[in-house]
Design a protein around this ligand. Structure first.
Ligand code: NAD
Length: 524
């Protein structure tokens, strides 16, 4: 069955050239021989580029042989779509399929270089709200060479926020800005997911990795939410590391970690380091989980250097597919495949990327799939057998984590404003005079400080501080209530622009339920 899906996919694509192709295999319901009558779960499948078609075919053959009850629905994404003029690499028909099936098994794709092509992965993750990237990183020593034989951890990376919001601006000749956005809903969802994952997968500890000694508000919020939600899981140990020392410990003592939860950028970096440490990029699968849709894939790319050579390791995509089976509740099939795969590794059967000169049996992609199929029903003898549990399986996915509910609005008070100026580097004292004279008539606000790249340079700045052409000028309330109005900000902006100053942006200074909602200047 899968072979016929694959050959129709390949021949249709060859015939179609760059034409948009979507094939609907809904009519091909795959039924378990045992259950017979139970309906298959529709899933959207993309064969991808490079080695994608080879490893997808191998993966789907194993799933079929194991009795997975899935109905693959094939869509085109990636290089062909990009080169057909769609800069997102995904067409409306593929979106339609994804939104209907809500489960996406995706082979790697090639992003053409240059030309303004958007990352398809980022587009899919953000459009469908796939907030959690889950990447198990496990060593398979002695069957796969690794410096870290005891590594068995899962990285839960926040997937939508942080510096990946893509909000960037050039503000002056010298200064470029990228906004780091961390939200309470984003933190709550990812942290809840991490603890649920730990609880339902027999994990004992969740470690939070952040840089809240520097980013006290953004990373501080992430850690605060980690403490709040973690307290609801008393059976799970909580731990924290500043990301720099945490990454160093991960690289040298990975056995210290169980589940790691971390914001987007740190997670991006440490999850690649951790995957590499296990021995091969060809080994790891990952899940991208949202409240409505989930996407499963290998962590590696399309490996154009070995495409079409029957050399690629299908294990990463296969383990991604195992996570998908757990997600759709087919835990017994997931366990059966995972155990057969472990037994195959134990038998010394490997693809070329893992061979490292050992006296093992090196096989191609298709033959590796045959070896796994031949071991379906067997248990590994040295590795601990895998047993995904029915009751726990669904809970380990977002399906069981409650939809986000908003808290009541807080009492917000406007207490000042930061006005950012573009001005050639000048003496901060002189700049203060330039700000104070046109605003002297405004009784409601006063200049409190000036910073440059966050460091206070007025009042009482140091001559040694290097200044750029980007100044943050903080004005605060003068009245006893300590508040200003939006109208005061408008008057301030009018006075400054009429005086010829180049205002590039403003940030309101607010308190929320009396709590300061802005950072102090460094040195303030
Ligand atoms: P890559 O992961 O494709 O390849 C890196 C190296 O690892 C290559 O030597 C390759 O042969 C090897 N390799 C990767 N997967 C393997 C496997 N399953 N079996 C054996 N060896 C394997 O990374 P790259 O070369 O930087 O990227 C190639 C293309 O893939 C680029 O267009 C990139 O944009 C894309 N990419 C896609 C995804 C995705 O779709 N999720 C992820 C990363 C990169």
């Amino acid at each position: 069955m899968i072979d016929s899906l694959y050959s129709s996919y390949m021949s249709a694509n060859l015939a179609a050239g760059s034409r948009k192709t979507i094939m609907n295999f809904e009519s091909h319901k795959l039924l378990t021989p045992a259950s017979g009558a139970s309906l298959a779960t529709p899933i959207t499948v993309a064969y991808g580029d490079g080695i994608g078609p080879e490893i997808m075919q191998a993966t789907l053959r194993i799933l079929e042989a194991a009795g997975a009850r899935i109905a693959p629905e094939t869509v085109d994404i990636g290089e062909k779509v990009y080169l057909g003029g769609n800069s997102a690499g995904i067409e409306d028909s593929a979106w339609e399929s994804l939104r209907r099936t809500k489960v996406f098994l995706k082979a790697p794709i090639t992003t053409p270089s240059g030309g303004g092509y958007k990352s398809l992965n980022v587009t899919v993750r953000k459009t469908l709200g796939l907030y959690a990237n889950v990447r198990p990183c496990v060593s398979y020593a002695p069957f796969v060479d690794t410096l870290h034989p005891k590594m068995d951890l899962v990285i839960v990376r926040e997937n939508e926020e942080d510096l990946y919001a893509g909000i960037e601006h050039r503000q002056t000749d010298e200064v470029f800005q990228c906004l780091k956005l961390i939200t309470r809903p984003g933190c709550e969802k990812i942290v809840r997911y991490a603890f649920e994952y730990a609880k339902n997968n027999g994990r004992k500890k969740v470690t939070c990795m952040i840089k809240d000694n520097i980013m006290k508000m953004t990373d501080g919020l992430f850690y605060q939410v980690f403490e709040e939600i973690g307290a609801q899981y008393p059976e799970i140990t909580r731990d924290r590391f500043i990301i720099d020392i945490g990454a160093a410990k991960l690289a040298t003592k990975p056995e210290m970690f169980d589940v790691i939860v971390t914001p987007n950028l740190y997670g991006d970096i440490i999850s690649d380091i951790a995957a590499e440490m296990t021995g091969s990029v060809g080994l790891a699968g990952s899940a991208n989980i949202g409240e409505h849709v989930a996407m499963f894939e290998a962590i590696h790319g399309s490996a154009p250097d070995i495409a079409g050579k029957d050399m690629a390791n299908p294990s990463g995509l296969l383990l991604g597919a195992v996570m998908m089976l757990v997600h759709i509740g087919q835990h017994a099939v997931a366990s059966k495949i995972h155990n057969a795969w472990l037994a195959t590794l134990e038998a010394g059967i490997q693809t070329a990327d893992l061979a490292h000169g050992k006296q093992l049996k090196t096989v191609g992609t298709a033959a590796f799939a045959d070896e796994v199929i031949a071991r379906l029903g067997q248990m590994p003898k040295q590795f601990k057998p895998v047993a995904y549990a029915a009751s726990k399986a669904a809970k380990a996915t977002s399906a069981a984590t409650p939809l986000y509910t908003r808290a009541q609005p807080l009492k917000k008070a406007l207490v000042g404003v930061d006005i950012f100026l573009h001005a050639r580097p000048i003496s901060p004292a002189y700049l203060a005079t330039m700000l104070q004279s046109p605003t002297a008539a405004l009784a409601e606000v006063k200049l409190q400080m000036i910073t440059n790249r966050g460091v206070k340079v007025w009042p009482n700045g140091f001559d040694e501080t290097f200044c750029t052409d980007h100044w943050r000028c903080r004005f605060v309330a003068t009245n006893t209530e300590g508040t200003i109005t939006q109208r005061d900000i408008v008057s301030l902006l009018s006075a400054l622009t009429e005086a010829g100053l180049d205002v590039i942006k403003t940030e309101n200074l607010c308190t929320f339920d009396g709590e300061r909602g802005f950072a102090l200047g460094q040195g303030q």
